[in-house]
Design a protein around this ligand. Structure first.
Ligand SMILES: [Zn+2]
Length: 195
């Protein structure tokens, strides 16, 4: 079991056929995830292609995550909570300045993604829209968006299968509004065997 401490992140490789289980151990905690092709970092996760090909904005069990080059990167094998977001960009220092009028330093998913991805040669401008696990974004018929606390309970998880060799970055999100006002860790496991 690997632990991502609150308001932090990590990056690692996952090879084709391996599975990744991402767990919300305490409940109500968002985790941002981005994916890159481990053999060519110009290929990366695409929200637009995923929403297009999967014909949904609520990506969950049995959906695929697609790349900017229209290849399948992962399949979601299981999603015990069933509510994730694929619309909003990772929270960044500017998020806290512009939306929350927060002047001091504030940890963010964006910083935690690009600092952990730097050893792989991935730069801040390369970070795509993240797949936001457990994030509860609601939208009205007129398009108005609201970020509500996650519906995930302690122990909820998503299980993914890699469809290509991947570099993955994962966070425990740092935004107050996305996590019901508190910050918790995220756990993950890499599984080689069928589960
Ligand atoms: Zn965040």
């Amino acid at each position: 079991m690997n632990i991502i401490k609150k308001q932090s992140g990590t990056a690692f490789k996952l090879f084709k056929g391996q599975k990744l289980k991402v767990i919300d151990p305490e409940g109500m905690q968002v985790s941002d995830m981005v994916l890159f092709n481990a053999n060519d970092i110009g290929e990366k996760l695409s929200s637009g292609k995923t929403l297009d090909f999967e014909e949904t904005i609520l990506v969950s069990t049995n959906n695929y995550l697609w790349s900017n080059r229209c290849n399948q990167m992962m399949q979601i094998i299981m999603d015990t909570n069933g509510r994730n977001d694929f619309l909003l960009a990772p929270c960044s220092p500017e998020t806290f300045k512009i939306m929350y009028k927060f002047d001091d330093y504030h940890p963010s998913c964006f910083e935690n993604l690009y600092t952990n991805l730097a050893p792989y040669g991935i730069k801040p401008d390369d970070i795509p829209t993240a797949f936001n696990l457990f994030m509860n974004v609601q939208f009205d018929q007129d398009g108005k968006i609201k970020v509500l606390p996650p519906t995930s309970k302690a122990g909820d998880y998503l299980l993914f299968e890699a469809k290509m060799d991947l570099i993955i970055a994962l966070t425990a999100c740092s935004a107050e509004d996305s996590n019901g006002g508190t910050f918790k860790p995220i756990h993950f496991e890499i599984l080689d065997e069928l589960v």
